[in-house]
Design a protein around this ligand. Structure first.
Ligand code: SAM
Length: 459
């Protein structure tokens, strides 16, 4: 029986989902963070559960050829890029296996998954930085990232997946906060002002949106901060104070106050321009987003896209309307549904600025709004795009889809586990035609998939 603190030498027989290697002692699995399949490592047992244990590497005896040196200083403490010790090409193979395993477990059969589409340069790709600001043990202000599974802030001044300019701006704002003794939020007493800095950049337009998340109305020297930071970075188009007074893990509150500029920025994806506001969802990796959306659009009907317009499409969980607008030229009419009002306001504006007249957006929960729209249009949509949050589709929406039976469902998912669960339900009526993973989040264990499904009756 394994016990805490025991030392073993083990062979890593598989890669886990989150940058851990898996070894077995007498058939008992041990998860070892940072180990790679094929390696031989000396480990210390950290914790023993009823059916598995956790171990920690003490020494690498035989190193895998896929191991790389991480250039990031805080990699071992940060909970973000848990695959950074692995060669990028091999991380794509791990991600493909994650998708395959989830599908196999849910559907009880092997389903072909295409190779993950990776990035040519998987660095500095994020267009949205969000750093918590708080107090360290010595009650000094600190800005950085939460260390793995905790709320301790690890100081970070350079992150290898964030846009470089956003990194610099965050550092300058934090320096200003420190120099001017601006109060920062204390998660213990729930007092203090600045909680987060969120910075978004339109990588094609170079427009920057800074959001300062505050816990109260006491942000000192905000005018001086605006003057200093906008002078230094003229690309900052707008600065917004966002009030979040709740004791919560959610970063943004509901209320914004514009303290500089218009309150929004624009970015360009493909041939379209998009307005982005602080509360609206916008994919964080714009280079891969174009690939993701084009993969989704191609799945509509590979051979007939160029010459044929199809009747009706739905864009469920539409955010600022990106997928619906990308798809609009292939349909007579597109309907988008999204629950965040600010995102729907952006979506309507986005349709206007791109001269897309055949799209209509509705605000509300998909569960509630979808049945109403279907009743109003009184026709079966031909294609339904769904792009839900990590928790996937709810039962009500799955039931509605199975009942109305569109010819195609294109499911865009950022969570292979809930994707597999939902495909199991939809598989009753739909044939899974293609699963294309796209690496939207290099070096993290997240993976995005586009799944094309076709109604079995239609075959
Ligand atoms: C993964 S994002 C996709 C957004 C968009 N398709 C895109 O590519 O930018 C999921 C979106 O679903 C919205 N959402 C979450 N739950 C919802 C619900 N029950 N009904 C409608 N929208 C919801 C979120 O606000 C978010 O904008």
């Amino acid at each position: 029986m394994l016990e805490k603190n025991q030392i073993y030498q083990v062979k890593i027989i598989d890669d886990g989902y989150q940058g851990e290697g898996i070894a077995k002692i007498d058939n008992f699995p041990i998860f070892i963070q940072g180990a790679i399949k094929g390696e031989e490592v000396k480990i210390k047992i950290l914790k023993v559960q009823s059916s598995f244990a956790y171990g920690k590497i003490i020494e690498i005896i035989k190193q895998a050829k896929n191991r790389v040196e991480s250039e990031c200083k805080v990699y071992n403490k940060c909970g973000g890029c848990n695959l950074r010790h692995i060669d990028y090409e091999y991380t794509l193979k791990i991600k493909k296996a994650i998708v395959q395993n989830c599908l196999y477990k849910a559907l009880n059969k092997n389903i072909e998954v295409k190779d993950v589409i990776g990035m040519k340069k998987p660095m500095f790709y994020r267009n949205k930085l969000q750093y918590p600001i708080g107090l360290n043990k010595n009650k000094q202000a600190v800005m950085g990232v939460y260390s793995n599974r905790t709320h301790n802030i690890v100081p970070v001044s350079k992150c290898y997946i964030q846009n470089k300019i956003c990194n610099e701006i965050a550092n300058d704002i934090f320096e200003f906060i420190n120099k001017n003794n601006i109060s920062v939020y204390d998660e213990v007493t729930l007092k203090g002002t600045v909680r987060h800095i969120v910075i978004r950049i339109g990588v094609k337009t170079n427009e920057i949106l800074v959001t300062i998340v505050v816990n109260d109305n006491n942000l000192k020297k905000d005018k001086e901060l605006v003057e200093y930071i906008t002078k230094k970075y003229p690309n900052i188009k707008t600065i917004v104070k966002n009030y979040n007074t709740k004791n919560t893990n959610v970063i943004l509150g509901d209320r914004n106050e514009i303290i500089y500029g218009s309150g929004y920025i624009y970015d360009i994806l493909g041939e379209y321009k998009f307005k982005i506001s602080p509360l609206s969802f916008y994919q964080v990796n714009p280079i891969q987003t174009e690939i993701l959306y084009n993969t989704a659009i191609k799945s509509i009907e590979k051979n007939s896209l160029a010459d044929k317009q199809i009747d009706i499409a739905l864009d469920l969980y539409c955010g600022i309307g990106t997928i619906g607008i990308f798809a609009s030229k292939y349909f007579k009419k597109v309907y988008g549904i999204e629950k965040v009002k600010q995102a729907i306001d952006d979506a309507k504006e986005n349709a206007k600025i791109n001269n897309v007249e055949n799209i209509e957006f509705h605000v509300g929960d998909v569960e509630e709004i979808l049945p109403q729209i279907l009743k109003n249009i009184n026709k079966t949509p031909n294609v339904v795009f769904v792009d839900p949050p990590r928790k996937g589709l709810d039962n009500k929406t799955i039931d509605v889809l199975k009942k109305i039976q569109p010819e195609k469902i294109i499911y865009i998912s950022c969570n292979p586990a809930t994707l597999a669960r939902d495909l199991k339900e939809l598989e009753e009526k739909y044939l899974i035609k293609e699963i294309q993973p796209v690496d939207m989040f290099p070096y993290t264990s997240h993976v995005e998939c586009v799944v094309a499904m076709i109604l079995k009756e239609h075959l």
